[in-house]
Design a protein around this ligand. Structure first.
Ligand SMILES: Cc1cc2nc3c(=O)[nH]c(=O)nc-3n(C[C@H](O)[C@H](O)[C@H](O)COP(=O)(O)OP(=O)(O)OC[C@H]3O[C@@H](n4cnc5c(N)ncnc54)[C@H](O)[C@@H]3O)c2cc1C
Ligand code: SF4
Length: 553
């Protein structure tokens, strides 16, 4: 073990949350800050040269290498947990910028009542409506507490959006840039749902509608709708990424150092204080002493590092949640849609059946989902082959002819539903399987419950109502929700494990993201979300990070 000179702050993970904290502390203090990132550095040139769907989107070039580290998975404690040999259900990031390099860029705020879910549900419907076995709890902060930080995060990224949707929370300031362009399909979806009395709106996003200069003086250009966005870095820098939004500032800060290829293994503690971290780099093991430790390695990694470091009060690993993504439909049109164009976030969204935006008094479930018309850009491999139900085979001449003809006449609606927490969904260390360094893997125990199935069925019925009004030839509805599986992609919004709260009795960190038992340890990211709202998490992660940085300073 090589002992290094001490640093004031060590940050584990160089993704959105870790680099934002580094930038804030770097700018507002004279503290010496060291960021340890297990992956490689990144340059914009990579993205200019690398728009290869097979390499990036299907073989996960930018994501965590499962040959080194993965998770194990089972539905219930009675099942045998097995390692996930190829990521599918979610795609952990790796390298400077983390998953924020290859994200879509959708940045909605959470609905106001999600921060007080327990209180809001019990007040409106009574305690008896909390689903059996659920462990719903409030965050300890309200929408009003986080709203100013939402605005700051939006200004930092230059979020493009349209204010005034009655289904979303209040705003204390405008979006920094107007909404991005909608596709032809998005416009059809807007017209149909507006006619039905719903409130469609363009999802707020970090894919810029126009050139923008942020408060740090960083300038980024407008989106080109190239379609190689989700799972890719942006070749022009229009999509907000840690490397084009935070790194230009950090690189000028003399008190911040980023070390790459530095895989942190443990956070060390003594007398209820963190003393530093151990990490492995190029086969050598180091001890980095530090005055403060900031854990920002993404949900599952945050939980695993706390468990490996034996830091916890019994709440670590609780409230594992993922979003309910399955309700959707595939449409077949009789004219081309130019679906090759699009961006990671040029979606139109309907939030009328999200959260508690509709009355659940006569329904047998709580919460809901948003419905959206994704327009990521139909890349040729992953999007080829959908055919209507009258084509019976999925191979051969008839299928090929139909698939070619319909490639640009196919479009989908999807949804993202809220996932509440249950006692039965949790994370711990796997007793059998280890990573390449010999450390136990994180074990996920997770399954869907009745509430999720009911949300899925309800939202499917609303989507089918929309399908019947669309100017299409035919449609195929997605199948019902069965067991949770780790192979089909849902979202990389798998959350919980180090949850935030107002009391150490039922949470891991306080409302400033500070660990209850180890006060010089902070935990950032969606691992702190007590349950999983339907909205994409990163804007909230950034707002929380700004709030935590202020408290820390
Ligand atoms: C395909 C895709 C699309 C997405 N689209 C959206 C979207 O549209 N909207 C949205 O809100 N969110 C989206 N997300 C999720 C979003 O990317 C994450 O919420 C966000 O990146 C989380 O930031 P983070 O800092 O918590 O973690 P990350 O960005 O994952 O960064 C964590 C970093 O920590 C490093 N690390 C991990 N373990 C260690 C260790 N032991 N030692 C050192 N370093 C370590 C990792 O290598 C990584 O670089 C998407 C994700 C993916 C994969
Ligand atoms: S769609 Fe726009 S934001 Fe996304 S990668 Fe292409 S140019 Fe960048």
């Amino acid at each position: 073990m090589i002992n290094l000179p001490s640093t004031d702050v060590v940050i584990i993970g160089g993704g959105w949350s870790g680099l934002l904290m580094a930038k804030e502390l770097g700018a507002k203090t004279s503290l010496k800050i060291t960021v340890l990132e297990r992956g490689k550095p990144r340059a914009k040139n990579e993205y200019i040269e690398g728009m290869d769907e097979l390499d990036y989107a299907l073989r996960y070039r930018m994501m965590q290498d499962v040959a080194k580290e993965t998770v194990t998975f089972r539905n219930t404690p009675k099942d045998k947990s097995l390692p996930v040999r190829q990521f599918g259900g979610f795609l952990p990031g790796d390298g400077v910028g983390g998953a924020g390099e290859h994200w879509n860029g959708m940045t909605p705020r959470f609905l106001p009542d999600t921060f007080e879910l327990h209180k809001a549900t019990v007040e409106r419907y009574g305690k008896s409506r909390l689903p059996e076995g659920s462990t719903i709890q409030d965050w300890g902060i309200t929408y009003n507490d986080i709203e100013p930080y939402y605005l700051k995060a939006e200004q930092l990224l230059g979020i493009s959006g349209l204010a005034g949707n009655p289904m979303t929370g209040h705003r204390s300031g405008p979006f920094p840039t107007p909404p991005i362009k909608q596709t032809y399909f998005g416009q059809i979806f807007t017209d149909v749902t507006r006619d039905m009395g719903y409130n469609p709106y363009p999802v707020p996003c970090g894919n810029l509608s126009q050139t923008y200069r942020n408060p740090d003086g960083v300038i980024r250009p407008a989106c080109q709708y190239c379609g190689y966005c989700e799972r890719f870095g942006c070749m022009v820098g229009a999509k907000a990424q840690p490397t084009n939004t935070l790194l230009p500032v950090i690189l000028k800060q003399k008190n911040v150092t980023i070390k790459t290829s530095a895989q942190v293994r443990r956070i060390l503690t003594k007398d209820n204080r963190a003393t530093g971290v151990t990490y492995v780099s190029n086969g050598k093991e180091y001890f980095q002493p530090a005055g403060k430790v900031i854990l920002a390695s993404w949900s599952l990694n945050n939980t695993r590092l706390l468990l490996l470091s034996k830091i916890g009060n019994g709440n670590t690993g609780r409230n594992l949640t993922h979003q309910v993504m399955g309700a959707g439909v595939t449409f077949f049109f009789d004219k081309p849609l130019n679906r090759f164009m699009g961006s990671g976030a040029s979606n139109v969204t309907v939030s009328d059946f999200d959260g508690d935006n509709f009355d659940h008094s006569n329904l047998d479930f709580i919460r809901g989902a948003y419905i959206s018309s994704p327009a990521y850009g139909s890349r040729p491999i992953a999007n080829f082959g959908a055919v209507p139900s009258n084509i019976k085979s999925n191979w051969g001449g008839e299928w090929k002819k139909a698939a070619v003809e319909l490639f640009d006449r196919t479009a989908k609606l999807g949804s993202s539903g809220e996932h509440i927490a249950y006692k039965t969904n949790f994370m711990d260390l796997d007793p059998t399987y280890t990573d390449n360094l010999g450390d136990p893997l994180l074990r996920l125990t997770i399954d869907w419950n009745d509430n999720e199935r009911k949300i899925h069925n309800f939202i499917s019925s609303k989507i089918e109502g929309i399908a019947k009004r669309m100017p299409i030839k035919s449609y195929i509805m997605n199948p019902p929700l069965r067991r949770y599986d780790a192979t089909s992609y849902k979202s990389t919004h798998i959350q919980g494990g180090t949850i935030m709260g107002a009391s150490p009795e039922n949470s891991v960190v306080n409302t400033n993201n500070q660990h209850w038992q180890i006060p010089n340890l902070y935990v950032l990211g969606a691992s702190t979300f007590p349950q999983n709202p339907s909205g994409n998490p990163t804007l909230t992660v950034l707002a929380q990070t700004l709030r935590a940085a202020k408290a820390l300073i």
